[in-house]
Design a protein around this ligand. Structure first.
Ligand code: GH3
Ligand code: MG
Length: 323
């Protein structure tokens, strides 16, 4: 697609050399025009260029304009297409078919240049709006899925990632680790240093989780000072190793937001899906949450691993400790 201050690029296809020449001459002062009279080469030329718009005749040997329209839309839905044709017995039908198949407009030959230019400008305007809509929609999705303080996934987005990953692990009999993390005595940070300082701590913790995990790991701010990591392909041993690494890194990190620098500890609950030990992603998450609860009960700054679904956890569940 052309940049805002560049001329738009147009590919014109017509097997009638006279029409083609007339269009090329009439448009080339305002647009970058590539004109071809072999319709069978249209898609090869299209794929090597960066076109904003395609103008094509409908009735041509080997390949029809409808086929070119379909292929262009398949290749890049944002490229607009204007179809041209000579008089046909049933004028309405090709017009309706073109528009139904995604063409921007349909003009009858002989084409008047001013009419075609008006159609081109409208097509380019529509394209600009569609591109802007697409950009805004992507931005909206990104904002909705990202926690603004930490840059991690929001809880809602995380759930959809978790369910998808659990389904994949279940189908292909793979392990899936889950680490629930909560900052110890975080309320005290806010109380002592203020909420802005507390925010900076959360921000830095988010950065640390991103820096020391894999891109394929899912990282979420679950709420407040709670975070969850989901680790594809991680069994108990790997999940515990990851939790252990994070515990030590966080403990070592000095937050120069206060004097003397602030230090934090966290507690973690870990669970892993292996050999169908959990029936659902929720069970896996709840098991990690339960393990976190036990880590907290034991004074924090430690990791607990739960082997069982939360519903079957007792006051002394099947737990493994670290630290
Ligand atoms: P524990 O060791 O049991 O985890 O205690 P805690 O103080 O960390 O936990 P508690 O649940 O009592 O407090 C969590 C605190 O997190 C309370 C709340 O004000 C704070 N908090 C939640 N969200 C934010 C936020 O976005 N920014 C800041 N600065 N603080 C937050
Ligand atoms: Mg806490």
């Amino acid at each position: 697609m052309s940049l805002p201050n560049e001329k738009a690029s147009i590919l014109i296809i017509d097997d009638d050399a006279n029409v083609l020449n007339m269009l090329e001459l009439g448009l080339q002062s305002e647009f970058n025009v590539v004109a071809i009279f072999q319709p069978e080469k249209a898609m090869d030329v299209f794929s090597t260029g960066d076109f904003d718009l395609v103008i094509t005749d409908i009735v041509m040997p080997y390949v029809s304009g409808f086929e070119i329209l379909r292929k262009v839309k398949e290749a890049n839905e944002l490229v607009e297409v204007i179809l041209l044709t000579g008089e046909l017995p049933d004028k309405a039908r090709p017009a309706v078919t073109s528009l139904q198949n995604g063409a921007h407009d349909y003009l009858l030959k002989p084409v008047k240049l001013f009419e075609l230019k008006a159609a081109i400008l409208k097509a380019l305007e529509k394209q600009k709006l569609r591109m802007e809509n697409k950009r805004l929609l992507l931005e909206l999705v990104r904002v909705a899925n990202t926690d603004c303080l930490t840059g991690l996934s929001t809880r809602r987005h995380f759930y959809s990632q978790l369910y998808q990953e659990f389904e994949r692990s279940d189908r292909y009999s793979r392990s899936l680790g889950c680490v629930f993390l909560d900052i110890d005595k975080f309320k005290g940070v806010n109380d002592q240093y203020g909420h802005l300082c507390g925010d900076s701590v959360l921000e830095r913790l988010g950065e640390l989780l991103i820096r020391y995990s894999r891109a394929s790991d899912m990282k979420c701010r679950f709420g407040g000072d709670e975070f969850v990591l989901v680790l594809p392909e991680a069994n108990q041993e790997k999940s515990m190793a990851m939790a252990d690494k994070l515990l030590r890194l966080i403990e070592k990190e000095a937050y120069d937001l206060a004097d003397p620098p602030l230090r934090l500890t966290v507690s973690m609950g870990v669970a892993s899906y292996e050999e169908k030990n959990f029936c659902s992603a929720d069970e896996l998450l709840n098991a990690a949450d339960q393990a976190l609860l036990f880590a907290k009960r034991e004074g924090g700054n430690c990791i607990r691993f739960s082997r069982v679904a939360a519903s079957s956890a007792t006051s002394t569940p099947n737990l493994v400790s670290s630290q």
